[in-house]
Structure formats: structure tokens, C-alpha cells
Design a binder for this molecule. Structure first.
Ligand code: ATP
Ligand code: MG
Ligand code: MG
Ligand code: MG
Length: 491
């Protein structure tokens, strides 16, 4: 039996192949190629960056692309787009997700892009029009950017009622890949899951009732190192729609975890752990964080499988460090909340490969290797986890009324036992104990500086002339810079 997710993915690809002859391309690896500004591929457009920048080799195949469609494996767990902390807490942000996208490289522009998107959603997928809300760029005069009134006109002409058309500013409707790179104003389509009369007030409010599904970006600028926006040589269209969110809409569900991309994994989690069944509860009603654990484990095992299949292994710096954090979070939720036995996580991989393998054959081809690597890393962390748990419990017992956990103890869990900082705060949050993360960040910062100085000394010893520029570059490449990521590679 073919999964509905497979049909929905295929329908998207075929629609654009047939509409104006888009060329279907495979997903690129989640490991960015030759782009140190990214930890992971975080959008479908990443692999086309040279086209946007006009740096593509004119003799290459890529230089011939005019209209393209694909389904891209994306990871958002570091850098500018980091959704790790939302995972498990909500039902529509994942660390790994599939982005369905169509592109025009210097070919069609806003009008065709909007009308094809509207036709696909309302006529092919049959989504009721009155449940859709559309945002467009309302301009920002402080940076000299005007409102995209042309975009608004186009949507009106396609039959979107004025009350469903909403202007937003830079944060929501100006898409940027990273700190630098191609960017531009965008228009986004949101789905109202409830059919509520005040749905327009819930757009872009991070509310599960009205969820963003599709982003259509009009790529016009490049964000330079100094922060300025330079016009790109040509105008392009770059769209991205989350398959998991679209499927939730089409299956008439309220949570991505209730769709066929996730529910077989939840079943395997239940069977492998013997935990009480998944209830789909969120926040305070989710006693013991049981459902959150289900969601985190299901999300993280997909990300681990996809990354390892693409050659990103849990490790000590950059994207590999992020993957190590993801693995440790998964192991912790599996062991402490679901009470799962060792080896449990790796045993979920065949289910993931079953669901995603038809679209991404590398998951089927590498299943054994993925399982081995997960098992090795799980073993390496399990004894530290037990040890750390004892330290946490003992510390809490010694000061039963303390509202804050001692920073030095948290730091040693991190430094000596390899606990990701965000995992420590999660574990303490469960005990309703606070943690001074600013102080921890400070410690991490100092350590990073120390390491940089050591590196500089080392290079000087080797008689290498290292200018300030390349040192900064080196740090930028090896050190994740988002607030919640550790500022250095712990050992
Ligand atoms: P959100 O505001 O919900 O965080 P976004 O604006 O960051 O989404 P875009 O960068 O516009 O997302 O990406 C295009 C589409 O990819 C989104 O409209 C959404 O359908 C999907 N998407 C983005 N981030 C995630 C995620 N973490 N998990 C699942 N789908 C996602
Ligand atoms: Mg986001
Ligand atoms: Mg958004
Ligand atoms: Mg968006």
C-alpha cells in the first residue's frame, strides 16, 4: 500500500513537471557542499545558490536550469534557522523535514508563481479557499524597502479576499538563507485548521490553529558581509512547502505526528520501549513529558538517519557536534522517559527507512551502517548519562528548596560528561528548577576564546603567519554561533 505522503510528494513534483515543464531534480545531500556559511542544508534553494549569485560555471549543467522542481531533505538545527528547541514542544517544527519546491531562474516571476501555487493547493489538492490566508511583504522604510503591492494585486486577482491578505515586515516576509547570501521579499500561504472567524489574527503567531505551509520567495538581493543588500543580476522565484505540514492538512489532522510520515515510528517506539501509548498531549497536560519524548525521539531518529546516510556523523565540531547533541537528547528521552532498553534507538531506523526509503534510497542502502553508528554513540553516552543523572539528583537532594541549579555543577556535566547545555536545562525544567544559562554561555564563551588563543599559539609555533581575518574565519567555521549551541567543541 502506497503511503499518502508518497502520493502527496509525487503529486507536487508532477504538477510542476506538467505546468510549464519544470525539470525534476533529486534532493541534494543535507551536507552543504562548498558553503561554510551553513551547518546543514536548510532549504531547497541552497544547492542553487551559485545560480542566484550569478557565479555558476556557464559550461555546467546547472547553468542551463530555467524551471526546476524537487523535494529537498532539510535540517534546521543550527545557524540562522535553528528549530531544535521547538521540537517536541509543538507539532509542526522538526529538525529534519522535507521541503517541496519549485524554481524559476530568471524565467517566470510573481504572477505565474502565485497562480500555480494557488491552482495546486485549491484545485489539485482540493484545500478549501476560505481556510487559506496569504501574507506579503509590507515594506520596511528604515532599510529602504517598499511594500510589495504588486504581489497583493496578484493575489486579489486570483480571488483571495482582501480580508485574507495580510502585510508583514522583514522578520516574517523577507526570506534570508543565512547571515549572508541570496534573499528577497516573500509571500506565504497559511492554513487555518479550525475555521475560526479570527484566524487572520493568528497568522504568524506561532499558534497551532493557523500554520504556515508554503513560502514563495522572490529572490532579488544578496545580503553582503557588511549587512547591506545588493541587487542580484537577475530575478528568480524560490518556493518551499513543508511536506509534513501539507500532509497534516490533507489528512485532516492537527499534528504532523499523526500523519503517515510519523505514526509508524510512534508505533515502533511504543513496541520497542513498552511505554504507555502516545496520547498526543502538549505542554502541562503531557504529564511526565511522555508525549514530548515520543515526538523528540521520532523527530531525532529521522534526522540521525538522514544525516548519517549523507555522511554527517555525530562528532566534535560544526554540524557533527549538532548531530551529537541530537543523538544525546534522543538517548536521554528514550532512556529516562520512555524507559527504553539499550539499542532501542537504532532499532527504529528500519521503520524510518521504510517510510522515507522510496523517496531517498540512500536510507535503505545504508540502514545497517546508520544503526551501527547510532548504537556506538548511544553506548558512549549511556554511562555518562547515568553518572550525570546521579549528580543532578544528589545536587537537588542536598538543596531541596533551591530554585536555581548551581552553575558550576551544570558546567561540569557539560564539560566532563558531554551533556548538551540545552539537555541540562530540559532535565532541570522537568524538576521545576531554573538554570542561569547566561552564566553558562559566559563560561562557554571564555572556553572558546581560550581555545582560539591556544590554536593561535599552535599556529605561531608552526611558523605559520595567520592573519586576524583567517583566524576569525576559522572560528566562524568550526564554532556554531547560535545562542543555545555550545560555543566550542567539548572534549
Ligand atoms: P515557521 O515560521 O513555521 O518557523 P519558516 O518561516 O521558518 O517556518 P520557511 O523558511 O519559510 O519556514 O520554509 C518554508 C516552509 O518549510 C515553511 O512554510 C514550512 O512549511 C516548512 N518548514 C520550515 N521550517 C520547518 C520545520 N522546522 N519543520 C517542518 N517544516 C518546516
Ligand atoms: Mg522558522
Ligand atoms: Mg515563518
Ligand atoms: Mg516562512
Amino acid at each position: 500500500r502506497r503511503l499518502l505522503s508518497a502520493q502527496v510528494r509525487e503529486t507536487f513534483l508532477r504538477f510542476f513537471e506538467r505546468s510549464g515543464g519544470h525539470l525534476r531534480l533529486p534532493s541534494s545531500s543535507v551536507r552543504p557542499r562548498g558553503d561554510p556559511s551553513l551547518l546543514f542544508v536548510n532549504a531547497g534553494m541552497n544547492q542553487f545558490k551559485p545560480i542566484f549569485l550569478g557565479t555558476v560555471d556557464p559550461r555546467s549543467e546547472m547553468a542551463q536550469y530555467r524551471r526546476v522542481v524537487n523535494s529537498q531533505k532539510c535540517v534546521r538545527a543550527g545557524g540562522k534557522h535553528n528549530d531544535l528547541v521547538d521540537v517536541g514542544r509543538d507539532v509542526y517544527h522538526h529538525t529534519f523535514f522535507e521541503m517541496l519546491g519549485n524554481w524559476s531562474f530568471g524565467d517566470y516571476f510573481k504572477e505565474e508563481a502565485c497562480s500555480m501555487a494557488w491552482e495546486l493547493l485549491t484545485q489539485v489538492y482540493g484545500i478549501p479557499r476560505d481556510r487559506l490566508y496569504v501574507t506579503y511583504f509590507g515594506g520596511d522604510l528604515s532599510v529602504g524597502l517598499e511594500a510589495d503591492d504588486n504581489c497583493r494585486e496578484i493575489w486579489l486577482s486570483l480571488g483571495v479576499p482582501a480580508g485574507h491578505l495580510l502585510p508583514f515586515g522583514m522578520k516574517e516576509n523577507f526570506w534570508e538563507m543565512g547571515e549572508t547570501g541570496p534573499c528577497g521579499p516573500c509571500t506565504e500561504i497559511h492554513f487555518d485548521h479550525v475555521g475560526g472567524r479570527n484566524a487572520s489574527a493568528l497568522v504568524n503567531q506561532d499558534c497551532p490553529d493557523v500554520v504556515e505551509v508554503w513560502n514563495l520567495v522572490f529572490m532579488q538581493y544578496n545580503r553582503e558581509r557588511n549587512g547591506s543588500l545588493l541587487p542580484l543580476p537577475q530575478h528568480h522565484v524560490d518556493t518551499g512547502m513543508g511536506l509534513e505540514r501539507l500532509l497534516t492538512v490533507l489528512e485532516g489532522k492537527r499534528s504532523n505526528y499523526d500523519t503517515d510520515l510519523f505514526s509508524p515510528i510512534l508505533t515502533s517506539i511504543q513496541q520497542g520501549s513498552g511505554a504507555p501509548p502516545y496520547r498526543g498531549l502538549l505542554g502541562k497536560t503531557d504529564t511526565g513529558h511522555l508525549d514530548m519524548a515520543y515526538r523528540v525521539v521520532a523527530d531525532h531518529v529521522r534526522t540521525l538517519a538522514v544525516c548519517i546516510a549523507d555522511g554527517v556523523y555525530p562528532g566534535m565540531s560544526g554540524s557533527e557536534l549538532v548531530l551529537r547533541r541530537i543523538l544525546r537528547r534522543a538517548v536521554r528521552f528514550a532512556t529516562e522517559v520512555l524507559q527504553a532498553p539499550p539499542g532501542f534507538l537504532a532499532n527504529l531506523v528500519p521503520t524510518v527507512a521504510e517510510i522515507l526509503g522510496p523517496a531517498y534510497p540512500e536510507l535503505k542502502q545504508n540502514t545497517d551502517r546508520i544503526m551501527d553508528i547510532i548504537n556506538e554513540n548511544e553506548t558512549a553516552f549511556l554511562s555518562s548519562l547515568q553518572h550525570g543523572r546521579r549528580i543532578i539528583d544528589r545536587t537537588l537532594q542536598q538543596a531541596p528548596h533551591a530554585r536555581e541549579f548551581p552553575v558550576d555543577v551544570a558546567w561540569s556535566l557539560h564539560r566532563n560528561l558531554g551533556f548538551p547545555l540545552d539537555l541540562i536545562s530540559l532535565m532541570l525544567e522537568e524538576k521545576s528548577v531554573g538554570l542561569n544559562s547566561a552564566a553558562l554561555d559566559q563560561l562557554a564563551e571564555e572556553e572558546a576564546q581560550q581555545q582560539a588563543e591556544n590554536r593561535q599559539g599552535l599556529d605561531a609555533d608552526k611558523g605559520l603567519l595567520l592573519d586576524v581575518h583567517s583566524l576569525a574565519e576559522l572560528q566562524r567555521r568550526t564554532v556554531p554561533t547560535t545562542d543555545d549551541s555550545p560555543k566550542y567543541a567539548y572534549t
